[in-house]
Structures are given as C-alpha cells and as structure tokens.
Design a protein around this ligand. Structure first.
Ligand SMILES: [Zn+2]
Length: 115
C-alpha cells in the first residue's frame, strides 16, 4: 500500500469501517510510515475531540496519542481474530471434504464388494 492509498483510508479507519484485508494493510503501512501515522494521529485527534464535545461527558480523555495506540492495538487484535476465524473455517471445510471423500470411497468399495 502506498501513502496515497493509506491517506485515503484514514477516515474510514477512524470510523472503523475498513474491511479486514484493507485494515491489515493500512495498519502495516502506518506502522512503517511516520508521515502517514502523523496524518492518522491528526485526524484521530480531531475526531475524538469532536466526539467528546458531542458526548458532553465529564470524563474526557486528553491523552489522544495513547488513545490512538490503544485503538491501533485493538484493531490489530481484531485482524488477528478474523484471520484465525478464517483459518478455522478453512480447516473445517478441508476436514469435511476429506470425510466426504472417505465416505464416498467406502461406499464405492462396499458396492464393488457386493457386485
Ligand atoms: Zn505513508
């Protein structure tokens, strides 16, 4: 992913609207690209400030850098969890196919035996 693509995704990242594959590439890019990270930080802070103004809550968080780091780390966890989920689905499908193939072979052998 290049900087232009990453910059285009900043807003959707903040709104947590990125699909997992884009999210993963985005996180990888901002991790290695200080200028995009800074861009993300700026947008994130603006977003948080606006939201806290809307919330009217008394306990506003002022450590935005920390907040962003938490957000990024929870996004990473999310990506990892999704990937493990897909992996498990993949394994289940493979097992199912193997089981079906085994049943098929068994049935064919039984049929051949009867004939
Ligand atoms: Zn960049």
């Amino acid at each position: 992913m290049d900087c232009r693509t990453a910059e285009g995704l900043v807003n959707r990242y903040i709104e947590h609207e990125l699909p997992v594959n884009e999210l993963e590439e985005f996180l990888e890019h901002v991790q290695n690209c200080p200028s995009c990270y800074e861009e993300l930080e700026t947008y994130f802070i603006v977003h948080e400030v606006t939201q806290q103004l809307d919330d009217n809550s008394s306990e506003s968080v002022l450590d935005f850098k920390d907040l962003l780091e938490q957000d990024i780390s929870s996004s990473r966890h999310y990506v990892r969890k999704k990937k493990i989920g897909w992996f498990l689905i993949g394994v289940s499908v493979c097992l199912l196919i193997v089981a079906l193939a085994a049943i098929l072979v068994y049935v064919l052998m039984e049929t051949a035996h009867i004939l």
